[in-house]
Design a protein around this ligand. Sequence first.
Ligand code: GLC
Length: 484
Amino acid sequence: MNKILFASSEAVPYIKTGGLADVVGSLPKYFDPKTYDVRIILPRYACMDRKFLEKLCPVAEITVELGWRKQRAGILKAKADGIQYYFVDNAFYFAGEKPYGEIYQDVEKFAFFSKAVLEAIRAIDFVPDILHCNDWQTGLIPVFLEKAYRSQALYQKIRTVFSIHNIRFQGRWKLHEVKDVLGLSEDVFTAEGIESYGESNYLKGGIVYADAVTTVSRSYAMEIMTPEGGEGLDGVLRRYSYKLFGIVNGLDYTVYNPKKDRLISAPFDAKNAPAKKAANKKALQKKMGLPVRADVFLIGMVSRMSEQKGFDLVAYMLDAFLSKEDVQIAVLGTGEERYESMFRHYAETYPDRLAADISYSEAAAHRIYAGADAFLMPSLFEPCGLSQLIALRYGTVPIVRETGGLKDTVEPYNKYTKEGTGFSFANYNAEEMTEVIRMAMDLYKTQKPAWEGLMRRGMQRDFSWAGSVEEYERLYEDLLQTMK
Ligand code: GLC
């Protein structure tokens, strides 16, 4: 039996701020249970839903030494979807209304969590073969392992994998302060270690000290090795390219299954999609207060409203586009104030064309995935992206920018061969995007069979975890065979 422990700052169903939670909460379920025992460790945040907090059972008490401080932590456990979860409990660090706060607090919080994970291993009697860390919040785990735990027998055989879900967030802070908190030797704080541009950098720690580094699509793995996509760490990644792998994320097909989806009004599959989607479209239009019309091209957007997701392009073209085109746009999400108010503004100006629900709920999201004709995702950069995978599964044709995982998962429509699953554009340019949206709209209006072909092919592609899990299993096995 291979023992795997995922360490993460978030995982569905317990706590979620982004796609990281979806991945950590679903990937472990898809390993072969005959040969893999996969468990997950998270912080126990006070802001987690009451119904989850009430079900956590205490298993151990540990002491975590951080620099000159000695602190206690409780280890709790619970099961979700058949997966064993552990939680690190400390009232000082994990209080607060949100999992993340100010960066200067977070660097100490996640240093504490990282060290607590290594201490917990001893206390819960689950010494993993592979410790799989995710994003900067767990970047110090490989560092502590090499620098403070490796010499102890219990820790000698553990291999580490570090996964980058978004290289923009690195956990950077003043070198001397982090030095004081971590209490590790001087060499850790040099250019060979976690120092980067004069600061300490947790993500770099993960990259340098882990046995293997992965990111969530093949294209993104290439992009982060370039100055344009590396957010300052491209040089480090090029240096460690021999241990960098791109493995595309999968989708939890039990959650996103249009045939069994209880959140939508008319469940469907690839065969009856055109008819059933019409019913879902009607329901969506009603719910969002758009005129109920079968013939109008309805574009959906479900997204965190941040620069990363390409909202500047949308801001640039929206007014002209809505004033000219007979189109409907349904938007769901929250985020930066400037984008939220932009959508509110246009929803007032063009009430028949744009509806914006500035909030988030699974039900509202599923309604858009099921009811829209096309799904717009013009990201500036996108490590993997899950929404386009959901859209594909729900027969909603994605219109994306060719970056990272979007490039790897959406095949542009070829009007000659009638192949492809969506539409895409290359440059981060609003005119190019508008052009491609018009092409899609034109096909929708004038060539129904071709459009339905696009829908069907998208629905039939396999974006389940099956293939990617095999890649992770192969990576783990390679690491275990090359034990030092
Ligand atoms: C981050 C990325 C997103 C990716 C997700 C899960 O949220 O921005 O592209 O799909 O992590 O890996």
